[in-house]
Write a protein that binds this ligand. Structure first.
Ligand code: SF4
Ligand code: SF4
Length: 113
């Protein structure tokens, strides 16, 4: 299936990506701790997502062009849980907002064809 996220990356350059620090405890599937920064005693955020201009340190490529997550198999839970519009048959405001912020139109069902 065509994945429009590989030509977008807007959410990785829009939102703070924070998560429970246990996700970066070294071990199988852990988020690479060196790519994170503490935001509270119990939470980390991906470097690059805590201040404007937001751009996650793990985002490779160009927003709106070819792009990819350098740590895709190890990405934190907010990234795993983030749903793209129409990926599961419905729109999602946060995806649409992120794309709008980068001058991209909202996805449509046709983008997943
Ligand atoms: S903003 Fe939406 S389309 Fe773009 S990468 Fe994120 S989930 Fe995918
Ligand atoms: S970890 Fe990967 S999916 Fe998550 S914000 Fe960073 S680049 Fe995007």
């Amino acid at each position: 299936m065509h994945n429009p996220c590989l030509a977008c990356g807007a959410c990785c350059a829009t939102f703070r990506v924070s998560f429970y620090r246990g996700e970066a405890i070294p071990g199988d599937g852990a988020v690479p701790e060196e790519l994170t920064t503490p935001v509270t005693p119990f939470r980390l955020a991906m470097l690059g997502t805590t201040a404007e201009p937001v751009r996650c340190v793990a985002l490779e490529g160009e927003v709106g062009g070819r792009c990819a997550c350098a740590i895709h198999p190890l990405r934190p839970s907010p990234c795993r849980d983030f749903e793209a519009s129409w990926e599961q048959g419905q729109p999602h405001d946060r995806c649409d907002q992120a794309r709008a912020r980068h001058g991209l139109p909202p996805l449509s069902p046709a983008d997943w064809a």
